[in-house]
Ligand binder design. Structure first.
Ligand code: ADP
Ligand code: MG
Length: 330
């Protein structure tokens, strides 16, 4: 059974960056306004995510890492909406099958917090009282210590740390009301370091720098046809001044960070058809669609959205009238 659990866990937790994504999403779900990520040895030695969210209650600690245990399902109605966001109570449990998980947490109004470690879905010992400020800190150590082939493959592959920095950058430009830091263990300089931003554009400036932010134009679209679904999109796309060899596409659908390769390709095609210079776009897009149109649950990592035909068909980029380029043909 333990091998089966480990294999299933390895599907959910594929690499250090997928651990970071799950932990940060939990922090966001806990209402955190400040989230810090520390990574050692590309995440294979240590991934630590600290937040100032609402914390985890003492009573919940014993089952925290049981599979399919989530605090996010409270009623049938919730199940309907939450299902679409992919809350399945599987992330933390999976991590305990392929790494060593330690949780330190304190809930509001408590004098001290608790520290507890997990292995294979269960607590290793009773929660121990500890000093804590506010929120939760989760450490995942020695990831894939029991999956040596995976560990080797990751060690030989390119470092996952840039992916983690990229991930936190994306979260940081979406969640303008949350401050993020991301750094390597022992480094005194953070690779992402944001404060709460007044606007999305300010957040993009903070994360990606002025050169990108200067060349962005606003995009937006909606589809309020009563016989069809209500669809809304807003975001930014780089203008003709922007020169890049690689596309950067930051996509959130219904508040979830996802990837959608067909949509990205469609935009690239339209972009290159409208620009005379060879440049790839920077795109930030936030889309809202009725949850029944996006099934983010198909893949355990919830990252690639498989059913985005609707989006592909529905998206019309409204160009900024000041800009010469015509992006309306997407
Ligand atoms: P899910 O997010 O799908 O509910 P997870 O395995 O990611 O499942 O997390 C399990 C549970 O642990 C969550 O439902 C939540 O109650 C709790 N939890 C995890 N991380 C945090 C956190 N940073 N702050 C508060 N609660 C958390
Ligand atoms: Mg989660």
């Amino acid at each position: 059974e333990s091998v089966a659990n480990r294999i299933a866990a390895g599907e959910v937790v594929q690499r250090p960056s997928s651990v970071v994504k799950e932990l940060v999403e939990n922090s966001l779900d806990a209402g955190a306004t400040s989230i810090s990520v520390v990574v050692k040895d590309s995440g294979l030695k240590l991934i630590q995510v600290s937040d100032n969210g609402h914390g985890i209650r003492y009573e919940d600690l014993p089952i925290l890492c049981e599979r399919h245990t989530t605090s996010k399902l409270t009623s049938f109605e919730d199940l309907q909406t939450i299902k679409s966001m992919g809350f399945r109570g599987e992330a933390l449990a999976s991590m305990t099958y392929v790494g060593h998980v330690t949780v330190m947490t304190i809930t509001d109004g408590q004098l001290h917090g608790y520290r507890v470690s997990y292995r294979d879905g269960v607590m290793e010992h009773e929660p121990k009282p500890c000093a804590a400020v506010k929120g939760t800190q989760i450490m995942v150590e020695n990831l894939f210590y029991n999956m040596l082939a995976r560990r080797k493959a990751l060690q030989n592959a390119s470092d996952d740390y840039p992916k983690i920095v990229d991930l936190i950058s994306r979260f940081a430009i979406y969640h303008t009301n949350v401050s993020f830091t991301c750094r390597k263990h022992g480094a005194n300089k953070a690779d992402v370091n944001t404060v709460i931003a007044a606007s999305r554009l300010d957040a993009i400036k903070m994360v990606y720098g002025m050169p990108i932010a200067r060349d962005l134009m606003e995009i937006g679209a909606s589809d309020n046809n009563p016989t069809r679904s209500v669809f809304e999109m807003d975001g930014f796309i780089s203008s003709a001044n922007y020169m890049a060899k690689k596309t950067t596409m930051v996509l959130f659908i219904n508040d979830r960070l996802v990837e959608c390769t067909p949509l990205k390709r469609a935009i690239e095609v339209a972009y290159s058809a409208t620009l005379t210079k060879a440049s790839k776009p920077f795109i930030f897009m936030s889309i809202r669609v009725p949850s029944e149109h996006v099934d983010v649950n198909v893949h355990p990592t919830k990252r690639e959205v498989p059913h985005c035909k609707l989006l592909e068909n529905a998206i019309r980029l409204r160009r900024n009238p000041k800009e010469a380029s015509d992006l309306t043909s997407i």
